[in-house]
Write a protein that binds this ligand. Structure first.
Ligand SMILES: [Fe+2]
Length: 213
């Protein structure tokens, strides 16, 4: 089992990331990128088909800043729960691996040495997250990767993580609309404003957030 779990070659199309390394590193006002086709197709399909359904194990976040649903997969180095299928176990193992840190460091130009958190993030009609920065006072070498698992997203529809220039939603500079095997990646800085517009349609935006430092 361990050997199967440690063969990571079927997970990511690293070429796609490496080709866009410069775009990420030169992006303004903070380093960020949107990329399509990150997961190898076969692996993506298996993750997509087994993306967890909403139940009482999810944490519902509901306050003035946001309405959203979250379920932890990996905290630091510990996989949360043991009923994940092979693909999710493999993904969970991979995001805490040296190989993953090295590849992400190469792509971002940021020295990544530690996994902090990987969680499922699901949003439905009525959910949103106001523009915010993920501040705890220490922004050095922190990045977020948000992988999307949502098909048939319509151009212009809210739900993807937008980037903006300040706390005002009018300052949006980018919002993704292809949420089927795609991702956004950004560095955390004191001006890395981002959020999710209020979802008005009866849709479900499925994502996985990986936080590294
Ligand atoms: Fe955030």
């Amino acid at each position: 089992m361990n050997n199967i779990l440690n063969d990571f070659s079927e997970i990511f199309n690293w070429d796609i990331l490496n080709e866009q390394s410069e775009s990420f590193q030169n992006a303004k006002p903070f380093r960020n990128i949107f990329l399509k086709g990150i997961f190898k197709e076969n692996f993506y399909k298996k993750l997509y088909d087994s993306y967890p359904k909403f139940d009482e194990s999810w944490v519902v976040e509901n306050d003035w800043r946001r309405a959203a649903k979250r379920k932890n997969l990996v905290s630091e180095t510990k996989i949360n729960g043991d009923d994940w299928n092979l693909e999710w176990k493999k993904f969970a193992t991979y995001v805490t691996s040296k190989e993953f840190f090295n590849n992400i460091s190469k792509f971002t130009g940021i020295n990544i040495t530690r996994h902090m958190d990987t969680s499922f993030l699901a949003s439905e009609k009525g959910d949103f997250q106001l523009p915010h920065i993920d501040s705890d006072g220490n922004y050095e070498n922190k990045i977020q990767l948000i992988f999307y698992f949502s098909k048939n997203w319509q151009k212009g529809d809210p739900g993807g993580t937008f980037f903006c220039e300040n706390e005002d939603e009018d300052s949006i500079i980018f919002e993704p609309y292809d949420l089927d095997n795609s991702m956004v990646c950004f560095e955390e800085t004191p001006h890395s404003w981002h959020g999710t517009r209020y979802i008005t349609k009866d849709v479900r935006r499925q994502a996985v957030l990986v936080s590294l430092t």
